[in-house]
Design a protein around this ligand. Structure first.
Ligand code: MGD
Ligand code: MGD
Ligand code: SF4
Ligand code: MO
Length: 726
């Protein structure tokens, strides 16, 4: 019998295989089950057997392969020709050419003429941390910048100025109350002490266990839906509400007197109380636009505890007085004594060494006043008191000045790792103008985003599932002692390197010797393989990597014992609740009154599920629309005279953008909310329906917050008017 045409051709069945791994698009690190045909990913779903994420994934994770196979991905390194077009280059040749150019710039202008910019996807690969730290050290440059200084940098300022508790933090798992401000972990997976939520299950469990939730957010966010008390404030008014809550707690004697007596600088409690004398719940209610009774109820609920902390996210850390918001959050936790005490258990680390918590205060310090001081008035700042922290950086908002202002140590070359600064640093026009003045802009970037379109060289990296990786760097985010290792599920496109290999390669091409994880790599030395390096990184962890590898779905190491908080060995440290240099900022925050200005709307920052900052924004399988709507309450749409899908002109004190109207009835009326990292390069994005709008253009580069220069990215006044299309 003759075979029909086609049967012969398919005689060899495609080879199918299943792999387990975890998604690395956001900090959720959700377990995934990957189906492949002939080594090409055809389907990704949640891994039900992953004990951390329990099968949860979001649309981004399920479509991770679409990003990896994006038709616009750079499959080779690129060099820009004089006519502006790109030409592909062999990887090694590109690395050597860039290395030699960097060397020449440093030889002529000194190490501080070369800067490094570190972004979200540098951070999402813990392998980068050691290599970049070693690279910066070998380069001898002070010019390191990262997204942290336009993200949650007040978390670096406040604990240095107030002091920090060496005994660690309390955990939501066994707390009675938790206060979440300006954070939406159900969507962002950014947990900040609450434990990665992975869908609504964890919140339901926590609520069933009896935890009370206070959520402060101008939007009835996915997280706020679970709140016992939702303080739907005007954006930018967090500090006033926090001050009023502290006032209620002190006046009603709900604070932890013993803790304050032992650990707060003598007289500081009275000093703080005197400073908030005017900030009654009624006063805060008027500023924030919420009932005074709700502020009082939130203060009582939190103050009664007895256990549980207040924690903040970007919404609270991006406002006009963000240093003070974080300061008062810390004060609230201190006043209520919400820290583990001597003898209390602290959760176990798995792949990280277990630090010994101690029941004492690390006294305030101001490390930014020592060492390198930039021409623009900044010292270097990094995470306080974190053991092994390598980040010491300058504010993002000073990068344009560093590039554009003539001077001895002007930045002439910039190496960008996993970031899109041309799209995400506020005051986009100024940022882009600066980037265009660089002699050398090199970006490690898989996609033709704004920064890549300005770069002289693009070093094309591997992407998520093309790398072996483990979760050691995310341990602090999990709800329990979880760890997972994943091999590379597919190979990177031929010839492409991992980001950290580019760093190692650039160093070698520059003649630099790097010391990484106790090993030395001189020019010409072979770099470790990706698997070997994962092993180096796991050295010193509590559970050996080989054991972690036996659990392909990851494992909750519930048997591991945590640490016990040790008695103080130096009880002299004290928290300072209102140091002299904090007072002017504090007074300005308390004077903040958004009701006193003419413009009728306040803009709030937000994230959306479909995209990770600028990643995925024009991916039709991910983002429902290729633009970022300006979300408005239906009442506000009627007020302005616009409806969903129409265009609206948004004007701030600094700039004007045109966006497409979206509807969100969960927003506080009077507040509009729009996500960042959309739009295009200035002058190239005439169609908001195709590209969206860049919110950063509404924000001035005014270095608003002391120490880190955080700009005001939420809680600023805008006016809206319809754009009549013909
Ligand atoms: N899907 C998705 N996930 C992400 C990201 C993403 O782009 N998409 N980005 C990642 C990054 S880089 C980060 S840093 C984290 C951030 O994680 P989160 O801080 O949780 O970020 P958001 O989801 O924007 O939540 C911030 C909340 O603050 C509210 N808000 C805005 N202004 C104010 C204000 O003035 N005061 C108060 N109290 N609330 C305010 C907003 O309405 C919003 O609900 O998320 C990460 N995860
Ligand atoms: N107005 C306003 N501005 C904001 C914010 C806001 O809320 N409002 N949020 C701020 C915050 S919190 C942050 S974190 C920043 C985000 O700023 P960025 O970190 O710059 O934002 P991303 O879009 O996540 O940029 C990451 C880049 O890495 C690329 N990438 C993806 N995978 C890889 C990889 O494996 N290797 C490498 N080398 N690159 C990869 C992506 O294509 C993308 O271009 O934006 C900040 N800017
Ligand atoms: S992007 Fe989605 S699937 Fe991936 S880790 Fe984050 S929440 Fe999980
Ligand atoms: Mo961020």
């Amino acid at each position: 019998m003759a075979t029909s045409p086609g049967t012969e051709i398919t005689a060899q069945a495609p080879s199918r295989r299943i792999a387990y791994s975890y998604c690395r698009i956001c900090g959720g690190t959700c377990g995934i089950k990957i189906e492949m045909e002939d080594d090409r990913i055809i389907k990704v779903i949640g891994d039900k057997n992953n004990p951390s994420s329990e099968g949860y994934t979001c649309v981004k994770g399920r479509h991770i392969a679409d990003l990896i196979y994006d038709k616009d991905r750079f499959l080779q390194c690129q060099r820009r020709r004089a006519d502006g077009s790109l030409e592909p280059m062999a990887t090694k040749a590109a690395v050597e050419e860039v290395g030699h150019k960097l060397r020449a710039i440093i030889d002529e202008h000194g190490p501080n003429s070369v800067a490094v910019y570190w972004g979200t996807f540098a951070n999402m690969q813990p392998a980068n941390w050691g290599w970049v730290a070693a690279f910066l050290k070998a380069l001898k440059t002070d010019k390191f910048f990262s997204i942290m200084s336009i993200d949650q940098a007040p978390k670096w300022v406040a604990p240095w100025r107030v002091g920090s508790w060496a005994g660690g933090n309390q955990h939501a798992r066994d707390s009675d109350v938790w206060f979440l401000m300006g954070i939406n972990p159900l969507m962002s997976m950014w947990s900040n002490g609450f434990g990665m939520p992975h869908g609504t299950g964890r919140f339901r469990e926590a609520k069933a266990r009896g935890i009370k939730l206070i959520v402060m957010d101008p939007r009835r966010s996915e997280t706020a839906e679970f709140a016992d008390i939702h303080l739907q404030i005007r954006p930018g008014t967090d500090a006033t509400v926090l001050a009023a809550m502290i006032r209620v707690i002190l006046d009603e004697d709900l604070h932890d007197k013993e803790f304050c007596e032992a650990w707060v600088k003598s007289g500081d409690l009275a000093k703080l109380r005197a400073a908030i004398e005017q900030v009654t719940p009624e006063f805060a209610a008027r500023i924030a636009g919420v009932p005074a009774d709700d502020i009082i109820a939130a203060a009582r609920l939190f103050g009664t505890g007895p256990k549980g902390m207040a924690s903040t996210g970007t919404g609270s850390n991006m406002g006009p007085h963000s240093n003070i918001v974080e300061h008062l959050t810390l004060c609230l936790n201190i006043v209520c004594g919400r820290f583990p005490r001597e003898g209390d258990p602290v959760p176990a680390n798995v792949m990280q060494p277990q630090a010994q918590p101690v029941a004492q205060v690390n006294s305030p310090d101001r490390p930014w006043t020592r060492g390198f001081q930039s021409r623009f008035g900044y010292g270097k700042i990094g995470a306080p008191f974190a053991s092994g922290s390598w980040r010491q950086e300058l504010p993002s908002m000073s990068l344009p000045d560093e590039i554009m202002e003539p001077g001895e140590d002007r930045v002439r070359a910039l190496i960008v790792i996993g970031s899109n600064p041309a799209g995400i640093i506020p005051d986009q026009e100024r940022t882009v103008r600066a980037l265009k003045q660089l002699e050398l802009l090199v970006t490690m970037e898989p996609l033709p985003v704004e920064t890549a379109r300005l770069a002289h060289y693009i070093l094309a990296p591997s992407m998520w599932l093309e790398r072996p990786e483990h979760t050691s760097g995310f341990e602090y985010m999990y709800d329990g002692p979880f760890a997972q290792y994943t091999p590379a599920v597919i190979d990177p496109p031929p010839g492409l390197w991992h980001d950290w290999q580019y760093i190692g390669g650039l160093a070698q091409a520059m003649g630099l010797t790097l010391e990484v994880n106790g090993r030395t790599y001189a020019p010409g030395d072979p770099l470790p393989s990706a698997e070997e390096y994962q092993k180096h990184m796991a050295e010193g962890g509590r559970v050996p990597l080989d054991e972690i590898k036996t659990y392909p779905h990851g494992h909750m190491f519930d048997d591991l014992e945590g640490a016990i908080v040790a008695p103080a060995n130096d009880a002299s440290g004290r928290f300072e609740l209102l140091a002299d240099d904090v007072v002017p900022e504090f007074e300005a925050a308390m004077a903040h009154d958004p009701t006193s200005v003419e413009h009728p709307f306040i803009l709030a920052s937000r994230r959306v599920r479909d995209t990770m900052n600028s990643t995925g924004r024009r991916m039709p399988t991910l983002a429902k629309k290729p633009y970022n709507p300006c979300f408005m309450h239906p009442d506000d749409q009627a007020r302005v005279g616009v409806s969903e899908g129409e265009l609206v002109r948004i004007a701030s004190e600094h700039g004007v953008i045109v966006a497409v109207v979206g509807t969100d009835s969960k927003l506080k009326p009077g507040v509009v909310s729009i996500t960042h990292a959309y739009g295009d390069l200035p002058g190239q994005d005439n169609d908001p329906r195709k590209f969206g709008a860049n919110v950063g253009r509404l924000i001035p580069n005014d270095h608003l917050q002391k120490v880190v220069g955080m700009p005001r990215m939420t809680g600023f006044q805008v006016s809206l008017e319809p754009v009549r299309e013909v």
